[in-house]
Design a protein around this ligand. Structure first.
Ligand SMILES: Nc1ncnc2c1ncn2[C@@H]1O[C@H](COP(=O)(O)OP(=O)(O)OP(=O)(O)O)[C@@H](O)[C@H]1O
Length: 263
């Protein structure tokens, strides 16, 4: 087996004395699509926040391509090859779609503020390269026709796709997606499966996705990790995880216990 591209080692996180993640381990291989599932409040978003540098773990280590990223700032981790989307739309509604995509590159551009203010050559060249990269990302997700429309004109599903495209133009190694399929209709889901696979296969990006749409997780993920109350309770291929008794209990626990006590 090759070395994991992302390795979360014994990570714990507490907020106000309450443990939200408790000794979590996660090894994601290059080229994998990993699902992260679990009931509400299980700690899934906290896990993505810790990986992307928004929160620091109380203990534990996280390696991205062999480099420890604990204690680094989110933009530094982004430069090391980590992309991310959030549960809610992060598009600027007043900017065009193309401009929104170009904001994804600003952690990489090096021309300083002075160069930008005077529109110097180095700055112009970087802007042109950024625009070209943004157009290619738009083409990749099949939304070139939307380049000049304002972010506010997009449907919810289109916004999700643009946000994913924005993560890609930074040439990431790993992209974390927080509930990317929320609000998508059933017939859009099939297209979405295809998009995620193409990102993996054509861009070589490793994906980790939190998703409540279990059908998408089962269809597209190679491995699934299940969190419940901050602990990892199962891990494996989708079919094995779906039939795991602890997972069934975590999702349906209350309902099942209520039925038992009623009978
Ligand atoms: N910044 C914070 N401060 C205090 N508590 C927090 C903070 N962020 C998350 N929590 C708590 O941590 C727990 C896990 O939250 P988290 O959002 O990670 O769960 P989740 O599995 O992503 O849930 P959901 O599926 O509902 O999005 C919850 O009890 C939440 O209230």
């Amino acid at each position: 087996m090759t070395a994991p591209l992302l390795s979360v080692r014994n990570v714990s996180v507490s907020f106000g004395g309450v443990k939200v993640l408790d000794g979590v381990n996660l090894d994601v291989q290059p080229g994998e699509i990993r699902g992260l599932i679990g009931p509400n409040g299980a700690g899934k978003t906290t896990m993505l926040n810790v990986i992307s540098g928004i929160h620091a773990p109380n203990i534990g280590d996280i390696l991205l391509d062999g480099v420890s990223i604990v204690g680094r700032k989110p933009n530094e981790i982004a430069r090391l090859g980590l992309g991310r989307t959030f549960q809610t739309s992060q598009l600027f509604r007043g900017m065009t779609v193309l401009e929104n995509l170009m904001t994804g590159l600003h952690h990489r551009t090096s021309a300083g503020l002075v160069a930008a203010a005077f529109n110097l050559r180095g700055y112009r060249e970087e802007e042109e390269a950024a625009e070209e990269e943004a157009r290619l990302a738009l083409e990749f997700v099949g939304m070139s026709a939307f380049a000049d429309r304002p972010g506010s004109a997009l449907s919810f599903g289109q916004q999700r796709v643009i946000e994913i495209a924005r993560t890609l133009i930074g040439a990431p190694k790993v992209v974390l997606l927080d509930e990317p399929a929320v609000g998508l209709s059933l017939n859009r889901l099939a297209e979405f499966d295809t998009l995620l696979r193409r990102i993996r296969d054509e861009k070589g990006v490793t994906l980790i996705l939190i998703e409540h749409v279990i059908r998408l997780v089962m269809d597209v993920c190679d491995q699934v990790t299940v969190l419940s109350s901050g602990r990892q309770i199962a891990e494996g291929p989708p079919d094995a995880v779906r039939n795991d008794s602890q997972v069934i209990e975590a999702y349906l626990g209350k309902e099942l216990r209520a039925r038992h006590s009623a009978s």
